[in-house]
Write a protein that binds this ligand. Structure first.
Ligand code: ASP
Length: 353
């Protein structure tokens, strides 16, 4: 991945309040209309024309822009590595990071980075916009300004929010609990099964009890993803052929079954024996509920007891975005057995015990 460092001349005073790096990956945030009215990524060095109040933040800002900003539907693990590499390289010299990202897959990227960046002591705040910054009613301006405030906020000598998080529409959400739930209105993200880390109004109210303390250990980055995973969403009427086609894929290492309610699935003999055969062949099978609220409790109902008996692992209250990225990363870093031992434990606050 190629990227360019841009200097933004914010006419800084001699002593900036903090140093924040903005990583611009693309998305609606930075689009402008060309002569024919089509939305295209803009040149980020012109950000001050759109947002002159950046000058009032008293921050030293450095921007790193992907050379080819992308719509986030094109995101893949290579981009997560590029973002993590930039953060790792500049970690010592910066007080915080803001990642500008398309909203469509932001929850996947914020989850991936939450798992990759071990022992964080600085904020990594994702944000974006539903309307491009070039539009007069855009939400981009408020989202960026407050994300920068949060990325630079400190308490004594420590960062206030030393976590990977998503700031959007006045709410700060833990990155591995975020889910995009809205494609038209500004309140695009929800925090699944975890309170907001902060709410922004006249002031920014931090929910200190919900925020991790900074880690005293130095930053370490997990970088290996194994993409040989799949998600099988159950629905009433799903056929044996469909399930067999997925679970008998010899290249698959990890499978997430998206179940009903508290982790329930059909009790049909063919369904359980296909999964049993796959698990016996070495496949890691994880149970994530289609319900955004509540959690998987295998064994609560007859319809999930069979899953538990054949060795399906319960995913508690993880979002599907957290589950997919965590599974790929654990498989890459630790192999199937190592991933099996770790997938049910909290790595970054993505699940409730
Ligand atoms: N399609 C855009 C993206 O995810 C939408 C957005 O940024 O809001 O890149």
């Amino acid at each position: 991945m190629k990227y360019t460092t841009l200097t933004i001349d914010t006419a800084l005073p001699a002593r900036p309040r903090a140093k924040v790096m903005i990583i611009y990956t693309g998305g609606t945030f930075g689009m402008v209309r060309d002569a024919s009215g089509v939305l295209k990524p803009f040149d980020f060095s012109a950000i001050l024309e759109h947002l002159p109040t950046l000058r009032n933040l008293m921050l030293q800002l450095t921007v790193i822009s992907f050379d080819n900003p992308i719509d986030s539907s094109d995101i893949e693990p290579g981009h997560w590595l590029a973002i993590a590499d930039i953060i790792e390289k500049h970690y010592e010299g910066q007080d915080g990071f803001v990642v500008l990202h398309g909203t469509d897959t932001m929850a996947y990227t914020s989850s991936a980075l939450a798992f990759m960046l071990r022992n964080l002591s600085k904020p990594v705040v994702f944000t974006g916009a539903q309307l491009p910054i070039s539009e007069s009613r855009s939400d981009a301006r408020e989202n960026l300004i407050t994300a920068l405030e949060i990325a630079s906020a400190s308490k004594g000598s420590q960062a206030r929010v030393p976590e990977v998080c998503v700031y959007f529409d006045y709410a700060l959400i833990r990155g591995c609990r975020a889910k995009k739930v809205e494609s038209m209105h500004f309140d695009a993200f929800q925090s699944e099964n975890y309170p907001h880390l902060a709410k922004a109004g006249v002031s920014i109210d931090y929910n200190e009890a919900a925020i991790f303390p900074p880690s005293p250990a130095g930053l370490a980055v997990w970088k290996k993803f194994d993409r040989r995973v799949a998600v099988l969403k159950l629905f009433p009427g799903i056929t044996e052929e469909t399930v067999a086609a997925v679970v008998r894929n010899p290249n698959l290492k990890g499978l997430i079954i998206e179940t009903y309610g508290s982790g329930n699935a059909p009790t049909a003999g063919w369904f359980l024996s296909l999964l049993k055969e796959a698990i016996a062949g070495g496949l890691l099978v994880l149970n994530i509920s289609q319900c955004p609220g509540g959690m998987v409790v295998q064994g609560k109902y007859e319809t999930s007891r069979g899953l538990q008996q054949i060795g399906v692992i319960g995913g508690a209250d993880m979002t599907i975005e957290a589950a997919v990225t965590k599974l790929m990363l654990l498989l890459g870093e630790f192999g199937v057995e190592g991933a099996r031992q770790r997938i049910g434990q909290s790595l970054a606050g993505e699940l409730s015990a």
